[in-house]
Design a protein around this ligand. Sequence first.
Ligand code: HEC
Length: 218
Amino acid sequence: MDWSRLKLVALGGALTVAAIGVGALLYPLTGLFDTAATVPHSPLVAYMVHNTMIHSVRDRADGLAVPARMSAADLAAGFCSYDTHCVACHGAAGVARAKFADGMYPTPPYLISQPDKWNDAELFSILRRGIKMTAMPSWQNTLSPQQTWQLVAFLKTMPKLPVNGYAQWRRAGLCRGGAPVSLPRPAPLDESTLPGARVRPTAETAEAAPSRPVPGRP
Ligand code: HEC
């Protein structure tokens, strides 16, 4: 290929790239992209936003120092924060999320189905920072770091509660100073069932959550 042809090809390439750039800048002005919460993302956009979020969270949580131990009181405080701030959107075992949450896009997931999707540091990071372009708020102006770790401890425990455990914790009146003695056992105290979790139930947890049979539990 001679020199002038090469220059033509390079010019054509540069013009194409410029046209794509200008097209991308003008696309939002066309109204073609539907921002309605009732219209799901195309597979391409879904792939982009989902993976961007996962890698952004992992990257920012990397190296975060995780508290080694949480007590039964921390777990109970985490439950109370969840019941106050989160259950309307995310629901819990035996507790449906609020009807309005079904109208969000993306809908807030029930946080019991994928207990190992995030490690403690990642959960902390999600709670502190929120998730852009979704209804997931940042809680850093609402909850202290300690309250956030308490929530993380509860999030890791919630999937291990018996089916009616959440309702029982509510009934126990924990958040109104109720007796923690009536807590159902929160989780199997077996570390191998908490892969990656560094928030461990302690002896105090076991004491506050006696292993006597829970009514209605097989
Ligand atoms: C107004 C509704 C709303 C409230 C309140 C809310 N969230 Fe969310 N949350 C969302 C939405 C929507 C998503 C999904 C974001 C996405 O798909 O990327 C989400 C995502 C999450 C995730 C990541 C889930 C996953 O599988 O990737 C966690 C963890 C979480 N929220 C925890 C909480 C906790 C804990 C609270 C209470 C402190 C809370 N959220 C309060 C709407 C809410």
